[in-house]
Structure formats: C-alpha cells, structure tokens
Design a protein around this ligand. Structure first.
Ligand code: 3PG
Length: 213
C-alpha cells in the first residue's frame, strides 16, 4: 500500500520546521508543546529515546490544543504500534525497513515519514510507494548539494532534511525545490527543556515559523 501522502504532507506543510524533541517528563512535554504551538510550529516530533517518551506523546496528544504530535526514532513494528496507541498523528524513522512499511500498512491512518540518505534508498522507498521522505542525517549525508543531485533523477521524492539543520542554514535547505520542510532540535534542545525555558522555546519557534524559502 502506498504512503498516505495527504496526511504526511499535512504535517510537512503545517510549518517550515518540525522540531525534533528528546523529552522524558510529561509534565515538561506539555508546556514545551504549548510553547511550540504558540510560536507557530504545530507539527512536533517526540523521539522514542527516553523511557517516558510514549507518556509524553500521550500527554501532549490529550492536553495540547492545536498540536500535531508525532513519534520519532521509530525503529520497528512494535514501536510503531505503541506510538499509534499513545496518540501519535505521524511516525518518523531515521531509516526505512520492510517492517516499518508493514506497520504503516497496519495503521494507515497514521502516516510514516521514512528516512533515506542515498539514491538507492530513495529508489527503494519510491518502489514501496513512499514519495515523502526524511533526508537523514542531512548535513553529514551531503546536505544541499546531495539534495540538488537527487532532484532531477528522482523528481517524485520530496524531503524533510533533518540532522545538522539550524536557524542559520534552514533557509537554504528550504529553498531547494525538493524540500517541503526541515527538522531539527535547535528550537527546543534538552537544556532548554530541562531548564523549562518555555519563553525561549516559543521565541525560537516563532523565528523558525517565519522562515520561508
Ligand atoms: C536527531 O536525530 O536528533 C535529529 O535528526 C535532530 O538532529 P539535530 O540535533 O542535528 O537537529
């Protein structure tokens, strides 16, 4: 079954940036997500890299109006299912495997944004019916020259580059015709979350939301 492009694009085009978050405390995840939404970034990715990440997703999904909360660093079918049950509206993975494609088929209402970093991986994803992809890790994997190189031969693929993106280079990535949005941790890094710097997070979200190509 092909990717649910309409649903994944709704997240990718909600704002120019998808914040990537590592958060472990639901009591912090909720005000963090409120600050991001208030700053203009509704689509947020909570990575499954902490013991309570699913609880954080559950809390944000239940309590933060306007948030499109997704799960990131989803590596297998079991994590996909758990993330869906916690209330995720989209799923992001650093890579692409048949198991993940199967999970996406089993939960068609919650779209998958699979990760790729080479031409062959893009071709593999396209063959599986996936045209909206995370380009990861964006800067180490070749950055803007690589995206430009992929644009003509693999024109159906559109990307969310993530990994090494900052406020400084985001605009150049967004100017690539095959880039729909970028992802990054700079808006709400672990330090800002630990220190409960909601005002700072909102301010960085506002600057990110104002980025246009
Ligand atoms: C990650 O894996 O944490 C994301 O790709 C974010 O990368 P970044 O910290 O370079 O923005």
């Amino acid at each position: 079954m092909a990717q649910n492009i309409e649903r994944v694009e709704a997240v990718m085009t909600a704002a120019p940036v998808i914040p990537v978050l590592v958060v472990d405390d639901p009591k912090k995840a909720v005000p963090m997500a409120r600050a991001l939404v208030k700053g203009g970034l509704p689509g947020i990715e909570i990575t499954l890299r902490t013991p309570n990440a699913l609880e954080c997703i559950r809390a944000v999904a239940a309590e933060v109006e306007g948030a499109l909360v997704g799960a990131g660093t989803v590596l297998d079918h079991a994590q996909y299912e758990a993330a869906v049950k916690a209330g995720s509206t989209f799923i992001v993975s650093p890579g692409a495997t048949d198991n993940l494609f199967k999970a996406a088929e089993d939960f068609p209402e919650v779209p998958l944004l699979p990760g790729v970093s080479t031409a062959s991986e893009v071709m593999y994803a396209l063959e599986a019916g996936y045209q909206r992809l995370k380009f990861f890790p964006a800067v180490p994997a070749g950055g803007i020259p690589m995206l430009k190189g992929l644009a003509s031969p693999l024109a159906a693929a559109k990307f969310c580059p993530t990994g090494g993106i900052s406020l400084q280079n985001a605009r150049d990535f967004l100017a690539c015709p095959n880039v729909l949005c970028v992802g990054g941790s700079w808006i709400a890094d672990s330090k800002a979350i630990d220190e409960e710097d909601w005002a700072g997070i909102e301010e960085r979200a506002r600057a990110a939301a104002a980025l246009t190509a």
